[in-house]
Design a protein. Structure first.
Length: 86
């Protein structure tokens, strides 16, 4: 659990508290808000052009799902595993 969520859990109530207790994260079930996170790359990292396919190939179909370790800012910092969707 992220340190800031441990602190937030101390004052949480209702469904928020249940989610922290059961999942270690607030935004689960009825509180889930799906989204896509975009990020910028640091100077020491590869650029998006090197990592991502050309935008013209994007068709809105997502064929993989992944489980990631979450960093302090709620971003994915390490892939644990990913699976192909069929």
């Amino acid at each position: 659990m992220r340190g800031k969520d441990v602190e937030r859990m101390k004052t949480a109530t209702g469904l928020t508290l249940e989610n922290y207790q059961n999942f270690g994260y607030k935004y689960v079930g009825d509180l889930f808000r799906p989204h896509i996170t975009l990020t910028r790359f640091g100077s020491e990292q590869q650029t998006a052009v090197e990592l991502l396919p050309d935008i013209s190939t994007f068709n809105g179909v997502f064929d993989r799902i992944g489980l990631f370790e979450m960093g302090d800012n709620g971003t994915c910092i390490r892939e644990i595993e990913s699976w192909e969707l069929r």
